[in-house]
Structures are given as structure tokens and as C-alpha cells.
Ligand binder design. Structure first.
Ligand SMILES: Nc1ncnc2c1ncn2[C@@H]1O[C@H](COP(=O)(O)OP(=O)(O)OP(=O)(O)O)[C@@H](O)[C@H]1O
Length: 390
């Protein structure tokens, strides 16, 4: 997250942080043991809530484990004593800008959960509350992220049939968001969670080996859901800031051309390539190198986009017509990293045996430089690649 957008909103109850004393008095009225609260503790230096496993988070929730950590806060697995189910609670840092962003995330999650059948590819919010100056967002508990799964599987790629299933559900989730005039802006494998943690082990031959058998894991179910709506943008807002995690960032964002719904489709294109290959498509941390990688994989950036680039981005180009590459490279390694890449067609063909042609065609549609020419989520869903999809 490089930028937190804020918007004017009504003052809500949580704007006034509850004082520790009041909180403790409230909990003192609840019978001890099961309902007891830990003593008031200071937050850590980054504003994170400090806890021990087994403690209560309000009398209702018992903290079982920490399942994640992000810019906004920590995500805790808890047992909900009232609903009798496991939940994931995002406990937001007690810093004003994160509290503010959390309230926007709650708005988005609430809108998404209104049409449960269509919105079911997005994580469902159960409720939220403010506890000791931390906004707590209670959601259904899901399994590991696609990134976690890839990592635990030593970056072994997913089979194309599974990528098709993931792609279809991801596009359904994003089409639904776009219908609601919401732009996710931070799509990445870390923010796509498997619904179930169950997996099976299947034997596979080691690459380049005839007889050495290894095992790889496959999820038992292909069901996924989208999480992390903390960066979600509303259609009618100003869209000039830098958004998205670097590897999944669309060219119009880097060039300062302004961005809209198509930036989500670019991210999905990058994600699908990664799921097929096991590696991030654009592994870079720097704008010029990133643009050079895009050109290597997808061909030249259209001239009208170069000419529209803002003053920060125009320095990446020569005479306003072509990328200053390799002249502007910061190192030889950087030049090598770009050269190591190949055309999208070749990169995908290397990993996908069946159905590669349809997938490649779909990916070119999602990775068009010109945002207006990029597939919309609904157009992508109607692509022949998804014809075999259930
Ligand atoms: N509903 C859930 N069920 C299970 N795990 C979850 C759930 N929500 C979040 N997580 C885990 O917690 C991690 C952090 O969550 P999330 O991305 O929402 O936090 P964040 O602070 O907004 O992160 P970021 O820094 O990427 O913006 C996720 O990567 C995931 O591993």
C-alpha cells in the first residue's frame, strides 16, 4: 500500500476512542473467566494491538492464532462464542489514517455483502466493532492465499485447469465489484484466498528427470474469495495516485495517465501468468525496468501513451517517442533481468500444454497497454478460454 485515499464521511461513534477505564469497567460487569478481558496494555510502537493467544478480544471472541499481518493491522483467527464459528478478525492499527481507511473498507465490505449470491466471491463481513481504539473487522474465516499455497509448494505452478477455475472466479468477483462501481486496485495472489485449507498430495516427476518422483500439493477445492478492500476506490473519485502492489501495477498508473476499472484487469492478467508459471511476471522494484519488461513481454508502448506521460514519467523516454532502454538502466543485472524475459506467448507456452492458445489470447486481451482497449471483466468471462469451465 503506497497511498491511503481518504474521503469525507459522517462522524461515526468510533470517532471517539473509548477510554481504557470505561472499557475495563464494562468488562468487569461480565462474569470472569470466559468473559474476562486481559489487562489494558499499551499498543506496540507501530500501533498494533498487543495480545496473547487464548485471551479474549471482547468477551465474545477467543484469540486462537495470528493468521496474517499487513499494513493495516493483524488478522487473528478467533472462536466466536455466540455464533459458534471460527472467524478472521482484522484488528486495525490504532493510527488515525488506518482507522479511517478501515472505515472505508467496512463500507465496501458492507456493499459487497448486500447481494450475497453474486458477491459470494468476496469475503463476507460478519460485523465490526471498536475495541480499545482498534477497529476490528470480523469476517468469515478462509484458507491460505494463492501466494501462500504457491510458496509452500516450492512455487510449483498450478495446472491450467485450476488456473481456469481461479481466473473465472476472480473475474466474477471483479465484474461484481465493477458493477457496484468499485475498483479493487490491489489484486495480487496474496489477496486471493482459498476457501478451504484442505489439500491433496500428488506424485510428480522432478523437472528434467526421468525417474525421480516428487510430491506436489493441490487444493482439494478450487473455491476462492477475494480479500483486502482497504485500497478499494470508488468510481467517482480522483484516480491519479499511485496504487497497486508493484508487480501488478498497470502501465497507465506508472505513466501518470490516471487509472480506472481496467487497472484491475491488468493485475488479473499478471496474476494468471504467475499462477501458470509459479513466478511473478514482472519481478522488479523500479519504474524504468518495469516498463522495459512490459515492452519485452508485450511489445512497444503506444506512442500516444508515451506522449501523455506526466512529468515524472516522461524522463523514462527519449525524445518523447521511445523508452530510454537499455541506456537508462541502473545496472547490468537490470538489463539481464529484462533480457531473461520473453514474449507473453513463449512464456505461457513453456508452462501450459493444453489450451495454451486460448489462454494466451485471453492474456493479450487483459494486458493491452491502452486501458480503453483492455478486456472488461465481463468480456474476459465470455472468452473461449472459459468455455470448458463449470
Ligand atoms: N478472512 C480471512 N481468512 C483467513 N485469512 C485471512 C482473512 N483475511 C485476511 N487473512 C490473512 O491476513 C493477511 C492480511 O490481511 P489483509 O490483506 O486484509 O491485511 P492488510 O493489512 O490490508 O494487508 P495489506 O498490507 O496487503 O494491505 C492476508 O494476506 C491473509 O493471509
Amino acid at each position: 500500500m503506497e497511498n491511503i485515499r481518504t474521503r469525507k464521511r459522517l462522524r461515526l461513534a468510533w470517532d471517539v476512542a473509548p477510554s481504557g477505564r470505561e472499557e475495563d469497567r464494562f468488562e468487569a460487569a461480565v462474569p470472569a473467566a470466559r468473559g474476562a478481558s486481559p489487562p489494558w496494555r499499551d499498543d506496540d510502537r507501530e500501533g498494533h494491538y498487543v495480545f496473547d493467544l487464548g485471551e479474549n478480544l471482547t468477551p465474545r471472541y477467543k484469540i486462537l492464532s495470528k493468521i496474517g499481518e499487513g499494513t493495516f493491522g493483524r488478522v487473528l483467527e478467533c472462536w466466536d462464542r455466540e455464533a459458534r464459528e471460527y472467524v478472521a478478525i482484522k484488528v486495525v492499527r490504532s493510527i488515525r489514517k488506518y482507522r479511517h481507511a478501515a472505515m472505508i473498507e467496512i463500507d465496501v465490505l458492507t456493499s459487497l455483502s448486500k447481494n450475497v449470491s453474486e458477491g459470494s466471491r468476496c469475503v463476507q463481513i460478519r460485523r465490526w466493532f471498536d475495541y480499545r481504539n482498534h477497529i476490528c473487522i470480523v469476517c468469515e474465516k478462509l484458507g491460505p492465499s494463492l501466494y501462500d499455497f504457491l510458496k509452500r509448494n516450492k512455487y510449483y505452478p498450478f495446472p491450467v485447469d485450476l488456473v481456469r477455475e481461479f481466473g473465472r472466479q476472480l473475474l466474477e468477483a471483479v465484474a461484481y465489484m465493477h458493477d457496484l462501481r468499485l475498483i479493487h486496485t490491489d489484486l495480487k495472489p496474496e489477496n486471493i484466498l482459498l476457501v478451504s485449507s484442505e489439500y491433496i498430495k500428488v506424485p510428480t516427476r522432478k523437472r528434467n528427470s526421468q525417474d525421480e518422483v516428487q510430491f506436489k500439493c493441490l487444493p482439494k477445492s478450487s473455491a476462492i474469495k477475494l480479500i483486502d478492500f482497504g485500497s478499494t476506490a470508488f468510481d467517482n473519485h480522483d484516480h491519479n495516485s499511485i496504487v497497486s502492489t508493484r508487480h501488478y501495477r498497470a502501465p497507465e498508473i506508472i505513466l501518470g495517465l490516471g487509472w480506472h476499472y481496467p487497472c484491475d484487469l491488468w493485475s488479473i492478467g499478471c496474476i494468471l501468468v504467475e499462477l501458470c508459471s509459479g513466478e511473478a511476471l514482472f519481478q522488479t522494484h523500479e519504474n524504468l525496468e518495469h516498463l522495459a519488461m512490459m515492452e519485452r513481454v508485450l511489445g512497444p508502448i503506444p506512442e500516444h501513451m508515451i506522449q501523455g506521460a506526466n512529468s515524472l514519467a516522461s524522463k523514462y523516454f527519449k525524445r518523447g517517442t521511445r523508452l530510454n532502454w537499455p541506456e537508462g538502466a541502473v545496472s547490468r543485472e537490470s538489463i539481464r533481468a529484462v533480457r531473461k524475459l520473453d514474449s507473453l506467448k513463449n512464456l505461457v507456452s513453456r508452462h501450459v500444454e493444453h489450451g495454451a492458445a486460448a489462454l494466451i489470447d485471453l492474456l493479450y486481451g487483459m494486458l493491452r497497454f491502452e486501458p480503453a482497449e483492455r478486456f472488461t471483466a465481463r468480456e474476459a468471462l465470455n472468452h473461449p478460454f472459459f468455455e470448458n469451465s463449470t
